[in-house]
Design a protein around this ligand. Structure first.
Ligand code: PLP
Length: 426
């Protein structure tokens, strides 16, 4: 790790914390982050010549694995025609049509450049539509780093124990209310206490930023019923689950339709793309059709949308998800079996090709039960896995992803290392 260490030292002098996104610093697991020289399929390679089986998959986007030939070729061809026009192009229309076609609740959609932009714009729209100021989110859910969402957030904020963030005004913080995931009573109570004040409820339909937490029976439908009753806009943040759990996302899988949906990660195929969409009636409030301003110099960027569109086209091939999910489920069950054999406490939460193995007896159903995990033991586990050539997210509270490029070989090698590391933790 000599070259990585040198790069990290140089980085720390000129980049805050040495990183452009906090969790990459490996602070929660006390190690030096490898610098990545390249990636191919399910493998990533660092500058010191180490090869890793990658279960981070760029935090979700790389569902086809790295450097998929068809995606790379499409992007290469697109670059020869220019990188940005700041004007309309055909791929924007094709992308919007694809998303509207695939996602059950989306009638109109607008493209942005990140998940954060998508969620930020969706709540602005919900506030304009309802003429109400407040939003309800769930403790441990992550919706990007816009001011409104940095209250008891998941992902890095949970990993580093940052419940609120300096720099967010008390007024903004006060407009964000936190309910408990899988607890409809906590939602009802907030609505009761804030009568006619709540514009939107935003939720990850499967939570993927406090580890993986599944919605319990009737949680999502319950949210749908409550929001309909009170005239509140229901927003599903499908930045992870969109095109991860299936072509129609979590909303199709669970059969619950939100008013607005936010997308990101997979729809960019590894380039910076986000989107938000939903009911025509709400989306048409956006400028220039309506009065709600929202814009972006690079929104609908031709290169980024080419990578995304090509990715989505491959995902829509017959049987893609069945195959991926079957392979993932078998693998996740084997991982869980390893924990049992080693006699270590573990709660395995997984759905489709995303999973989290919590170092706790569980069950893990919300922020508080997730937070009971033994993070010190996780750090040791993480270190062992990394040394064994397995690249996991450097935090207990993140999801692991399987891509279509994770071969039986790579998964078998992973299970082997995994078994040995667990034995060493006993
Ligand atoms: C990653 C993520 C975001 C933020 O997306 P960025 O592209 O990082 O801004 C928002 N919501 C969820 C559920 C996410 O997982």
């Amino acid at each position: 790790m000599e070259k990585s260490e040198k790069l990290f030292q140089r980085a720390k002098a000129v980049i805050p914390g040495g990183v452009n996104s906090p969790v990459r610093a490996f602070k929660a697991v006390d190690g030096t982050p490898p610098y990545i020289a390249g990636a191919q399929g399910c493998y990533i390679y660092d500058v010191d010549g180490n090869e890793y089986v990658d279960f981070v998959c760029s935090w979700g986007p790389m569902i086809l694995g790295h450097a998929h030939p068809q995606v790379i070729q499409a992007v290469q061809e697109a670059t020869t025609r220019g990188t940005s026009f700041g004007a309309n192009c055909e791929i924007e229309v094709k992308m919007a049509e694809f998303i509207v076609d695939a996602m059950p609740s989306i009638e109109k959609v607008r493209m942005v450049s990140s998940g954060t932009e998508a969620t930020m714009s969706a709540i602005r729209l919900a506030r304009a539509y309802t003429d109400r100021p407040k939003i309800v989110k769930f403790e441990g859910c992550y919706h990007g780093h816009a001011d409104s969402f940095l209250s008891k957030a998941g992902s890095g904020a949970m990993t580093f124990g940052i419940p609120g963030t300096p720099g967010v005004t008390p007024a903004t913080a006060g407009d964000t209310l936190n309910a408990q995931y899988n607890d409809l009573d906590s939602v009802e109570q907030l609505i009761e206490e804030n009568k006619d004040q709540i514009a939107a409820i935003i939720v990850e339909p499967v939570a993927g930023n406090m580890g993986v937490v599944l919605p319990q029976e009737n949680f999502l439908q319950g949210l749908r019923d409550i929001t309909t009753e009170h005239g509140i806009v229901l927003i599903f943040d499908e930045v992870i689950t969109g095109f991860r759990l299936g072509l129609g996302g979590a909303q199709q899988l669970f059969g619950v339709l939100p008013d607005l949906t936010t997308l990101g990660k997979i729809i960019g195929g590894g380039l910076p793309v986000g989107a938000f969409g939903g009911k025509k009636e709400i989306m048409d409030l956006l400028a220039p059709e309506g009065p709600v301003y929202q814009a972006g110099t690079l929104s609908g960027n031709p290169l980024a949308l080419t990578a995304g569109y090509e990715t989505l086209s491959i995902l829509s091939e017959q049987g893609f998800y069945e195959k991926l999910n079957a392979r993932a489920e078998k693998f996740f069950n084997n991982v869980e079996e390893n924990f049992k054999e080693a006699g270590l406490a573990c709660t395995a939460n997984h759905i489709g090709s995303m999973a989290c193995f919590f170092f706790t007896d569980g069950p893990v159903t919300d922020y508080h039960s997730a937070a009971r995990s033994d993070t010190a033991l996780f750090a040791k586990y993480f270190e062992g896995m990394l040394k064994g050539g397995i690249y996991l997210a450097p935090s207990q509270f993140e999801a692991s992803f399987i891509s279509a490029a994770h071969s039986q070989d790579a998964l078998a090698r992973t299970l082997d290392v995994h078994r040995k590391v667990l034995q060493s933790l006993k």
